[in-house]
Design a protein around this ligand. Sequence first.
Ligand code: AMP
Ligand code: ZN
Length: 500
Amino acid sequence: MRQLELYNSLNRKKEIFTPINEGHIGLYVCGPTVYSNVHLGNCRTFVSFDVIYRHLTYLGYKVRYVRNITDVGHLEGDADSGAEDKISKKARLEQLEPMEIVQTYTNGFHQIMDILNAKRPNIEPRATGHIVEQIEMVQEILDNGYAYEKNGSVYFDTLKLAQSGKGYGKLSGRVIEDLISESRDNLKNQSEKNHPSDFAIWIKAAPEHIMRWNSPWSVGFPGWHLECSVMSTKYLGKTFDIHGGGNDLKFPHHENEIAQNVGSCDCQPANYWLHTNMLLMNGKKMSKSDNNSITPQELFTGESEHTSKAYSPMVVRFFMLQSHYRSTLDLTDEGLIAAEKGYKRLMEAFKNLNGLTATATSSDSDLEKEIITLIEATHADMNDDFNTPKALARLFELVNKINGLKDGHLDIAHVSTSALDGLKSLFNDYIFDVFGLLDSTSDSGNGNGVLDGLMSLIIDIRKSARENKDWGTSDKIRDSLNELKIQLKDGKDGTSWTAD
Ligand code: AMP
Ligand code: ZN
């Protein structure tokens, strides 16, 4: 079988993957900043890494998957100082505790990831839970001479790192001189920095800033980039296998993360850097701050002005799988409609496949050879930097064969039992384990067969109650469901339901 190759953003090429410890992988993925609901763009990145995690596990690796929750330090406009913390600001505006904001949106994030059938990471550390370790890393960087203190804030000395020969800018391909001129005009608080490309690793809190901790330098809070350096080191070691995130994080977040690790322990944090590309809408990056975003809930309920109808979570997941994680993906109604058709066709073929039985112990037919070649090609595509669109295209070539065998165009006598078993395993393993799809074709699309069964039973009982003018029972059903945050919608085609 083709060896696993990954596109390593650090070296800008595909490389054969070799883990540090045989059979084990340390995987760190930058998680969400929990100050608002995730939009579908965020979901695309997390679903991409879910497929990567699932495939690595499928290959037999024991993966330690760490994905953080950013709950402090991420400033408005991704600034590194002189702006307000996103969570602090939301807490101030809504007059809530910052941790209430964090909890609300962490819960919401988990709920959406569960609905999209993304596996939870093994460790989900929070930045605020690692303030002590962050202060320690700031001290190490200061002790090594790669940082300096000004008025209670501590800044990373990028020029010093660049001049030391250890490098700054390799991941993003930026040259320090360009950075200095590029950022001279647009960064605030220049007066405190020695060079415009320097960045804050500890920030003295302004009086109105709610989230603050004691430190040797000031009562303040850590810079955004620091948490990922600290938490990846703590849970995966100073150098680990794979670091991931959206490609908008390459600079400054990941570049600065590398600088901090080099500055504190003289080590490169990750051997392979994987970056996902952006989900677009109207040809532009989906982004909440640009008012160009859609939430997964809006898509699942059909409430968005951008789409003509509702799409089930599994259709949305399938839609994402149809493009490579390093390509942009444009969210369009036509694309989602096509994904819905493709998803149903794949699930239908899976059922047809399970209804097939072969009796031939061996076969040298062309059909047998084609099936075996396509099975191998699917594995090879996934080992070629997780090429989900190519692997799906192979499965659809096999769908044609399966449907041909079912309707008699192709002869099952030409397929051996071992080839058919191989085909069944391939479909089962890839559709459910690697691609992480669930079969929601025989239910309302909410992705949970048992719940759907129960809901249609309840809807039937309510319908009979209404026909019998038993308003007490029908109102009780609606009210009790509302308490469970399940809403019924009566339409001309019957009653449907949605859950928050
Ligand atoms: P944030 O909560 O802003 O820190 O973002 C969480 C993750 O979502 C990061 O890995 C971002 O790179 C990613 N992300 C943000 N916008 C998009 C988008 N339009 N498409 C794909 N990923 C995105
Ligand atoms: Zn990060």
